[in-house]
Design a protein around this ligand. Sequence first.
Ligand code: ATP
Length: 588
Amino acid sequence: MKYQVLAGTLSKIEATSKRKEMTNYLVELFKAITPDHIRDVIGLIRGSPYPDYEDFQYGMAEKMVIKSIANATGLTTDQITEKMKEKGDLGKAAEEELATKKQTTLFTKPLDVKYVSETLDKIGRTSGKGSVDVKIKLLAGLLTNATPLEARYIIRTILGQMRLGMADMTIMDALAIAYTDNATNRPIIERAFNISSDLGLIAEKLVKEGIESVKDFKVTIRHPIRMMMAQRSGETEEIFEKLKGTFIAEFKYDGERLQIHKDGETILLFSRRLEEISEQYPDVCEMVRTQINAKKTIIEGEVVAYNIETGELRPFQELMHRRRKYGIKEAMKAIPVNLFLFDLLYLEDKDFTNKNYPLRRKALEKIVTETEQLRLAVQKEIITEDELEEFFELAVEKGCEGIMAKSIQDSIYQAGARGWLWIKYKRDYKSEIADTLDLVVIGAYMGYGARTGYYGSLLMACYDPIENQFKSVCRMGSGFTDEHLETLQKLLKPYQVSDKPPRVLINDSIITTVDAWFKPAIVLEVQAAELTLSPVHTCALDKIRKGSGLAMRFPRFTGRIRDDKTAEQATSQQEIIDLFKGQLKKIE
Ligand code: ATP
């Protein structure tokens, strides 16, 4: 299959923001490809030949890519840099230069999907001495044979700037329609994705072996399972009602979630974003190796910083110092950790995700040798309100954020879902509005006075997974220290773009007021006083009242950068609607 066909589809997708149209373009593409190409095509659409959990990087900075373009076009790097500034995007700049300046050699051959995929893979895998030149040459080779449109997408792929605005859900819809003629098969594909996080593998199975084989998809060790999430509640009555009168309450530890895969002596730790972070926690790996008595298992827990002298648990902010690539030994000493285990999803070739929670916990208990550092999450079966309040107070006293109430009936592990089988009840709920929200930075306004040169306030959005859009919910200007301002400026820089990103939905009246736009990537924790109807913000637009959205009043940055969350894992529009409704109930 020609890469040109794929590039054509990508450009049509880029030009629309309608999910239905995107799906149709993909269906057309999928119908035209041969089974052997599907994995490459999925990889090229998603921007990497590998699933997200493989830490695969192309390792080419903008400067190197500019050199490749120079090699392929005969232009100078200055000319290309100039063009990039004019276009605000290196992909578009290369496209234009190739269209006008391309040295037409007689030997250009049309690019094949497989060849592009393999060359990109090679670029990523080349490392060590001399690798800079090899990477530049490999990319220049591709560009020499590329049409201008192909060059746009090859470069954006390499730089991780695909900007298609398309969610995995759309790809799954299109797979179901193209290969089963039935959109209602999407949930089967989705379940397989939730337990394997590898869309390329699933698509290949679907194409070659049919939907039945996808139905049979099994949890596999070393393939991370998308994590189950919790709903929130500020009302104890609601917790009892949702969990049918009796449930298990557990301490909600304030650390970092880990999904742990133990395969013999090999221990892999996956973060909340399903990135492999085993190297950050050699101490945790060692505990698992010696204290988990199973050959093959997938378990989950929370790693929490603690004070070695008093044994007290420390807040999440301290654990964040463990997030580093170098100086790990020192960090391990300075910030020792405890691991609290709370779930088991797989044991010795058996999938436990479809079993009820009490059974999973029992299986977990059987394989753990507890010590001070590695323990099971404290839990208690709850029948009365008093028991719940008492357990909550105990959790807070022990340095936890609150509790997690977990269903004991029909309580499977809902991979990738935020359902009512788990309900979090936190200390924050007792102040201001129920809970903090995790919102995505989509824009910024320059500061005045003491904040001159820095962003003075940020435009924040929630995520709407149905429309795959980021919708504004507030402008946040308080809670920032000077240190935050500097850190945020640096953190946001790589995501700055010249125009409003396609997946961002904001009211026309504020578009021209925004000084800087960002690709949705950075998630911040925000506390607010309350939610109100808003004529300006697009979160929940028309959902509560025609012509109005929802906004947060007096939003304040809590100081917590949620780098354990992707933009799509930010607070959803539905959660904000639920919070607003809960707030109304309280007033009544
Ligand atoms: P929050 O912002 O409240 O930390 P979140 O959006 O990161 O939540 P949720 O799934 O909503 O994620 O909340 C559950 C998180 O709480 C889990 O991801 C996990 O990190 C943490 N946690 C702490 N203790 C437990 C426990 N006993 N059981 C499950 N999760 C726990």
